[in-house]
Design a protein around this ligand. Sequence first.
Ligand SMILES: [Zn+2]
Length: 356
Amino acid sequence: MANDERGAVMRRVMAMRVLTMGLSVQAMAGCGGDAPREAGKAATAASADSAAARPADAADSATAAASRLPRGPYTPDSMGRVPVFEYHVIRAGPTEFHHPPEALRRDLQVLYDAGYRPVTVAEMHDRRIDQVLPAGYRAFAAVFDDADPTQFSYVESADGTLSIDPNSAVGIWTEFTRTHPGWRNAATFCVLSAGDAGGAFFGRGGIKGQKTEWRYPKMKFLAQQGFEICNHTVWHARLDKYSDAYVQEQIARLQMAVDSAVPGYRVRTLALPLGIWPKTRPLAWAGSWRDPRTGQTVRYAHDAVLEVSGGPSVSPRDPAYDGHSIDRVIAHRDVVERTVRRLEPDGAYVSAGAGR
Ligand SMILES: [Zn+2]
């Protein structure tokens, strides 16, 4: 893409961001001023503010935002479980990897009503739940695998203005944040840069209506809004089938691609494609690859590695917790609702707040 074209895309995306933030300011002015709603808006504003900030600042502002929110109804429990829900294609379909937009909306509402608030996998792994969630709320994480276009789509108007498709996962999530006090733009996106069916930073070549030049603006938007970007390899290779050298190339090249889209972004988490380990297991969390074109060696180091299944994760404070093998729950049909029920009345991690 030519530079001027890229500039035009970026300008349109920036205009869209301003529009989104303008809307939330308007909503704030319109609400009756009761404390929880105001506090929720403050958290939303803080997470948007942290967009351009360095990671340390972003972490501080997430803590500050949480400390301004009112307490939740549950008794703090740092040994409770943290369900890590896993999503793939946000569209109706026959498999457990399909989940339509209205089902995702329902999941978020079920979680919200049961006192759950989202954290990223990195926040969970870093034992920062108490810092980023106010005391008395339950923690969960949502992970979107495969960078499918249905997770993050743009709609282009006749004059070329881009807006986020309200039925894509990012559209649903950011709208939920805007309208639900205390919710956050915290979810983890485990991306491919060159997968099938448009699974390449959320679309390419017109697949599902998504243009190739929208890939980088989407990746930047995620990072700026506080979402986590996670490695899922370049094209979803079954890591048990390849040599150690090729496994490291698949992982390192995805990290390089993320760095091209969001310069300096540090990838902390890897989701194993199909949950299958490489023959040499430690290569999932650390390795290196020498780029033959530049002669440069790219190193990666993941603190968290995600399995495909296994049930709600044990608490990151539980001695049984292993960041290199974090269990997940595939969120299809009514699994989120059933998981929430299963963790009643006191099976879930409950934040103690930043004062612990
Ligand atoms: Zn996958």
